[in-house]
Write a protein that binds this ligand. Structure first.
Ligand SMILES: NC(=O)c1ccc[n+]([C@@H]2O[C@H](COP(=O)([O-])OP(=O)(O)OC[C@H]3O[C@@H](n4cnc5c(N)ncnc54)[C@H](OP(=O)(O)O)[C@@H]3O)[C@@H](O)[C@H]2O)c1
Length: 281
């Protein structure tokens, strides 16, 4: 049995493994549907229980892949989905959640996020999230693509303090959050969910990463993920439609980067020296 994946906890005390699974671009083609579901199932077998999806992905198609992956084993998974900002009104959020539940084939989403800020007031969306929570349709709620000032504003909204996570772009090539957002979140005990942790695959060809990976007899993806999860309170959600890559990504927990590795990485991917507005994909 491999070493268990370390966990981090939401403010509610709910613990989740620090490596989860993304689903963007899944469900876009009938041809790859079965392999994608198989890859997610393999990830579940390996303890990567957090699956991140959204109503936006393939217009609900990714949620259908997730439904297939968790069929008969709902309790093995921790399901995260997201409401589009254009649906995030008081009534629209509830409707969108019900549609996601139907596509996912479950009666409760474990963590429901506002995908990014839109035209509806935060107070309205938070009220809808709290209504969904009271009805048992979601267990917790959070946000995505919120910068430091957005999080401060959220803190001033009624029940805004119930936020469980902030899912943001964070990888070696996009280290902006290390200036303030990451530290603030750690201090508040609100985990950061790092999306596009491989920079959508672009990091995999970087010569310095290849060099470090060779020294650890590891792969570049494993080094890129290990860099992120060495931070307390960071969860990574790499996406792969290939079971063997799901196993590879899990292997990142075994890599301990040395001080020399970190010096090389800081030179190749400099940390921010001043506030950088949060980037979004
Ligand atoms: N909240 C937001 O606004 C937001 C935005 C973007 C993403 N997300 C979430 O974050 C998840 C991850 O981000 P992402 O999908 O943008 O990018 P990513 O996870 O950084 O990269 C995914 C790409 O890397 C490849 N890959 C994965 N593991 C690999 C490995 N071990 N070796 C080689 N290639 C590998 C995948 O290809 P294969 O599938 O062919 O393996 C895919 O092309 C998304 O799926 C989504 O759930 C959220």
């Amino acid at each position: 049995m491999p070493e268990p994946i370390p966990t981090t906890a939401f403010p509610s005390g709910q613990a989740v493994p620090v490596i989860g699974q993304g689903t963007w671009h899944m469900g876009e083609s009938k041809r790859t549907f079965a392999d994608e579901a198989k890859s997610l199932r393999h990830g579940l077998d390996l303890g990567m229980t957090l699956i991140d999806t959204a109503e936006m992905y393939a217009d609900g198609g990714a949620e259908r892949v997730v439904a297939e992956a968790i069929r008969g084993r709902r309790d093995d998974a921790f399901i995260v989905s997201k409401v589009l900002p254009s649906n995030a009104s008081r009534e629209g959020t509830v409707k969108a959640c019900e549609a996601s539940l139907k596509r996912l084939g479950i009666d409760r989403i474990d963590l429901y996020l506002l995908h990014w800020r839109g035209r509806y007031r935060l107070s309205e969306t938070v009220e809808a999230f709290e209504t969904l929570k009271a009805a048992g349709k979601i267990a917790e709620w959070g946000v995505s693509n919120f910068d430091t000032d957005d999080m401060e504003e959220l803190g001033g909204v009624t029940d805004g303090g119930n936020v469980a996570t902030n899912q943001v772009l964070y990888n070696l090539a996009r280290r902006g959050i290390e200036h303030d957002l990451l530290r603030n979140s750690q201090t508040a005990g609100i985990p950061i969910m790092a999306y596009s942790p491989l920079d959508e695959g672009r990091l995999l060809r970087h010569p310095d990463l290849i060099h470090i990976a060779k020294a650890h007899q590891a792969t570049v993806a494993q080094v890129a993920l290990a860099f992120l999860i060495r931070n307390p309170g960071v969860i990574v959600i790499p996406k792969t439609g290939m079971p063997e890559r799901a196993r590879e990504n899990r292997g990142s927990i075994e890599i301990e980067l040395t001080a020399d590795d970190l010096t090389i990485l800081d030179k190749a991917f400099p940390p921010p020296v001043q506030k950088v507005p949060l980037e979004m994909i």
